[in-house]
Design a protein around this ligand. Sequence first.
Ligand code: THU
Length: 142
Amino acid sequence: MASPTHQLSTRELEALSSKAITAKDTAYCPYSKFRVGACVLTQSGEYFLGANVENASYPVGTCAERVAFGNAVVAGHRDFKAIAVATDIKPAASPCGMCRQFMSEFTSPSFPVFMYDGEGNHTLTTMGKLLPHSFGPGDFTH
Ligand code: THU
């Protein structure tokens, strides 16, 4: 099967990865102790960060990916180029199911998702691979 490709320049990918990895430092994860950092790159070239924010009522916590996308969306962005997600484990973790649905709202099947392990190595996948047959905004008939 063909490997996913992406349109990012070397400079963009370096910035995206270093910001996602650094964002792990901002995680609030006293319960799981599992740090996740994320960085989303907008089509206009801006980077927005996220990290997981947990809660004493466990299900209330939110993931890094949704924080990053939420930050970008409330700053007025709707069009995105790529996301990087970083954890401390190896192999790299991939976005949870809730985050896949959340991200699919703003992305196409070819949208690149870079997943970084604790050593800074990445795996590249796409939204289409992470969430095939997705339900999205185009499925509404009003
Ligand atoms: N987590 C994320 O931030 N992103 C994911 O895609 C997977 C899980 C967080 C949620 C929780 O704070 C911790 O990792 C352990 O599940």
